[in-house]
Write a new protein. Structure first.
Length: 255
């Protein structure tokens, strides 16, 4: 079988996977039966019960624009049923333009559906399955408890995964790769560990490896220093939102 046939099969698999995932979400199957722990965690921002992590970010952007410090407990986040008083991401997200009140439902649906489609496409592009067994493994990766939880919440790790996949597939533009890693790191911090990628890049000589690694390390160090207060607030409340073993692995779905 030639490569064109494999591309066609992957495209059909992509279409079916996206259709099934979106059906499971918008039909309410995932939200109502698969992750009941989050059933009441999306309140008063939109008419949608899906994509709670995205709505959490949009809520905090709204509160920030009203003048509230979203890294501290305040009346605005409490009105949105956010039990803990700190925004859990870097402050750069708070400067995203706020969604118009009349179009927020449409925006959430379109944006979330697009991100989910790109997420599934990224997985397929990364693994490029050809054999039947490889498609079985891919199906398990896409249709499993953790993945369902990620897409139902539209967790930010989906977007991080998409960009990291792009870094892997991108050939030689190391400046763009540096920008992506730095941007992801100041949003959710842990992607900073991926600067070690430059130490193992095959297309860089030893001198360039050191330059890219050191420059990224220094930029991130300065960035995290400038966000000291925000980081301190986040670390102080992490114990309040830690997921138990049961919900982390969706074991409650087997009850």
């Amino acid at each position: 079988m030639n490569e064109k046939n494999y591309i066609l099969i992957r495209f059909i698999y992509l279409f079916i996977s996206i259709t099934l995932i979106l059906y499971f979400i918008y039909s309410g199957i995932v939200h109502d039966y698969y992750v009941p722990f989050f059933e009441s965690s999306v309140n008063k921002f939109s008419d949608l019960v899906h994509f709670g992590d995205l709505q959490y970010v949009l809520k905090n952007i709204h509160c920030h624009n009203l003048g509230f410090d979203v890294y501290q407990d305040n009346k605005c986040v409490q009105a949105y049923d956010i039990k803990y008083g700190s925004f859990l991401y870097g402050p750069i997200l708070l400067y995203i333009p706020e969604i118009n009140e009349n179009f927020k439902n449409e925006f959430i649906i379109i944006f979330s559906s697009l991100i989910i489609a790109v997420y599934i496409y990224s997985i397929i592009s990364l693994f490029k399955p050809q054999k039947f067994f490889q498609f079985i493994i891919l199906t398990v990766l896409i249709f499993n408890p953790i993945s369902f939880l990620l897409v139902e919440r539209l967790n930010s790790d989906i977007i991080i995964f998409i960009f990291l996949t792009y870094i892997i597939l991108l050939k030689n533009n190391y400046f763009l790769k540096s920008f992506i890693i730095i941007l992801l790191s100041i949003v959710k911090f842990y992607p900073a560990i991926f600067i070690i990628y430059f130490l193992f890049a095959e297309n860089l000589n030893f001198r360039k490896k050191i330059i890219f690694f050191t420059s990224n390390f220094l930029i991130l160090l300065i960035s995290f220093y400038l966000m000291t207060n925000e980081l301190q607030s986040i670390f102080e409340i992490m114990h309040n939102i830690a997921r138990s073993f049961k919900f982390a692995f969706s074991l409650n779905s087997f009850n």
